[in-house]
Design a protein around this ligand. Sequence first.
Ligand SMILES: *[C@@H]1O[C@H](CO)[C@@H](O)[C@H](O)[C@H]1NC(C)=O
Ligand SMILES: *[C@@H]1O[C@H](CO)[C@@H](O)[C@H](O)[C@H]1NC(C)=O
Ligand SMILES: *[C@@H]1O[C@H](CO)[C@@H](O)[C@H](O)[C@H]1NC(C)=O
Ligand SMILES: *[C@@H]1O[C@H](CO)[C@@H](O)[C@H](O)[C@H]1NC(C)=O
Length: 646
Amino acid sequence: MLRLAAGLLVAALAAVLLDWYSPSAEQKAPKGRARSFSPQPAPGAEAGNLFWALQISDLHISKFLGPERASDFEKFCMETIPVIQPALTFVTGDLTDSKMKDKLGSDQFEAEWQTYQTILKKSKVMEKTKWIDIKGNHVLPSFFGRKYSAWQKEGSFHYIHSTTFGKYSFICVDATLSPGLKRPYNFFGILNATYIPLDESEKVNLLFQNKMQELSSLAAESHDSNHTIWFGHYPTSAIISASPGIRMAMSSATAYLCGHFHTLGGLMPVLHTRHHHGTLELELGDWMDNRKYRILAFDHDLFSFVDVIFEEWPVVLITNPKPFLYSSSAHEPLQRLLHSTHIRILAFSPSPINLVKVSIDGVHLGDAIQVSGPLYVLKWAPQNYSLGFHQIEVTVQDGSDRSTTQLHTFAMEENLSLKFDLFASWILLTDHYIWVRTVFVLLVALQIVLLIIIRYRRKPTLKYPLGRTMQLSFSLHILSKINLFYYTFLLLNLYTLLGPWFIGEIIDGHIGICFSFGVFVDGHFFEGSTTFLVGIMQVAFFNLPLMAYMCWCLYIRCQGHCFSSHLYHVRLYWVVPIHLIMALLFSWQVYSCYFLLKTYGTIAFFLSPVRTWIVALTVFLFYRAWKLQSSMLRTFILEMKNYQSS
Ligand SMILES: *[C@@H]1O[C@H](CO)[C@@H](O)[C@H](O)[C@H]1NC(C)=O
Ligand SMILES: *[C@@H]1O[C@H](CO)[C@@H](O)[C@H](O)[C@H]1NC(C)=O
Ligand SMILES: *[C@@H]1O[C@H](CO)[C@@H](O)[C@H](O)[C@H]1NC(C)=O
Ligand SMILES: *[C@@H]1O[C@H](CO)[C@@H](O)[C@H](O)[C@H]1NC(C)=O
C-alpha cells in the first residue's frame, strides 16, 4: 500500500516536472496583455517589412591564449559583416578574456581591450552596422570596459530601432556584479548588487527590487513597439533576481538572447527553450572556441533566426514559413503564414548565389528568385499545408560551389504541439542558485546528523557473519566515539557551513572574506550562489571521502594492524585503490590551494581554513589514525579480538 502510494507520488512528481520542463510551441498570451494582431501585411514578393540583426557572444579576446580569436574576429568584422549587412549587431558579453597565462589568475589586461577597439576601428564596422556591445562576467567594471567598447552606456538600457514599417525595442539586462568579483565567484549574475552596505543588509531585497523596477519600466516603455527583444550576458537561470523574477519581467518580449554557458563546452550545441509566458530563451554558443554567431530576422513581424559558424557559407535563413517550435501566438501575428503568398528566404554568401531550391515534404516546388539583396522568394499556396506538420527544405548553392541545406518543421494549426529538448529546458529554466544552496546545506547537515546520532548510540556487538552494513556501522562507531576524530569532523563540517573559507584579494586591491553563503568585500555583501557550488565540490569530493577514509583506517587499526602490517595482511585489491583514490582527492585539494594562491594572492593562501588548513589537518589526521593509542580504541580492538576468536 505504502509502496503504491510512493510510486504514485513519484509518477505525479515526474509528470509535473516533465510538464514544467518541456514547454511546447503554443503558449497562451501573458496576463493583461492579450494582443490582437492584424493578418496584414502578410509576406509577399516585395522587399519591405523586413530587417535582420546579428548576435555574437563570448569573444574572450586574450593576450595569451588563442591568438586566432582576435584575428578571426577581425576577419569577421572585415568580411562577414559586409556580406550580411545586419541593421544591428549585439555582442553579448565577455569581449575579453582577462585571464593570466596559467588560466588561473584573472586580471584586466588593457592590451586586450585595445585589441578589441583597434579591430572595431580598423574594420570601420561601427559605420556599417549599429554595434551594441555589453559586458559579461569577465569584466571588472570601472576598468577599461567602457573606455574601449563601442557602447558607452552603463547598466540596463532600451534601444529602439525605428523603421518605416514599425518600431522594434531591444532591452539590455545588465546583471553583472559591480564591483566585479573574480573567478569563479562571478558565474552567476545579480540584478542590482551594486554596493549593498553591510549594516543595511535588510535592504537587500529592496535594492533588488529597484533594479527590477527599472527593468519593468523599460518593458513598459516598449509596449507600443511591434516587437521587443531582450538581451544580456547571463541566461535567466544564472541570474539572481527579486520577485516576481526576471522571466516575468521580460514576459512581453519575443525572445531573450544570451551567452555565457558556451553550450556547456560543446555538450549542448543547442540551448534553446521557452519560458512559461511564451518568451523564447536562446543561448548562443561562444565565439571563443566554436566561432558561432546568430542571424535573427523580423519579416512582416514574424521572428526567425539561425545559428551558424564563421566562414561556413552560404548562410540560409527561411523567414516564411517560420519553424513551428519557435512560434508564439502571444507575440507574433502567426495567421500571416496562411495569408502569405510567397515563401521567403534570406541567403548570404560572399560569392554570387546560383541556386535556391525549395521543397516541402520532399516535393520540389521550384527555385526561389532574388528580389533584392539576400532576399529570395517563391510563390506558394499555404492553404495546401493548413493541416498538420510539414517540412520545408531549402538548398542554396553559391558561385564557389558551396552549398547549405536548411530544413525545419512548420504548421499553421494552433492546437498542435512540439516540445523543446528536456535537458536544455532544465538548464535554462531552473534557478540554479536555489538547488545548489539546498544540496550544499543537505550534504553538510547529513554528515553532522550522522556523526551526532552514532556518537550517542550504543556500540554494536559484533555477530557472525560480519556483513558489509555491520562493518560500516562498526567503523562509523569507532570514528564518532573517539573524541579527536568526532570533534574534528564535527567542527570541520560546521566550519564549512558557517565559517569564513578564506580571506584574500577578491577584487584587485580589495581584501574580502568568502563564506559559503556569500562574499563580503570592501564593506559590501554579495549573496552566495557559485559559493554553494564550490561548497558542494568541497564536501562531496573532500570532506565526505576524508571521513569515510578515516573510518576505514580506524577499522583496519581495530583488526590489530599498524600502517606497515596492513599493507601485507589486508587483501591488496582493497588497500591499493582506497589509498589511491584518497591520494587523488588529496592532490586535488592541494591544487585548489595553488589556485587560491594564483587567483587571490598570498594572503588568501595562508588565511584559508577551508583550503590550505584542511591540507595540514588531513596530514595530521592521517598520522593520528595510524599512531593513535587510546583507551577507546583499545576497547574496540578488544571487541574485534573477541569476535575473531569466537
Ligand atoms: C507594426 O505595428 C504597427 C502598429 O501596430 C502596424 O501598423 C504595422 O503594420 C506593424 N508592422 C508590421 C511589419 O507588421
Ligand atoms: C540599484 O539600481 C537602481 C537603478 O539603477 C539605482 O538607482 C540604485 O542606486 C541601485 N542600488 C544601489 C545600492 O546602487
Ligand atoms: C495546391 O493544391 C491543389 C489541390 O490539391 C493543387 O491543384 C495545386 O496545384 C496546389 N498548389 C500548389 C502551389 O502546390
Ligand atoms: C485542431 O483544430 C482543428 C480545427 O481548427 C480541428 O479540426 C482539430 O480536430 C483539432 N485537433 C485537435 C487535436 O484538437
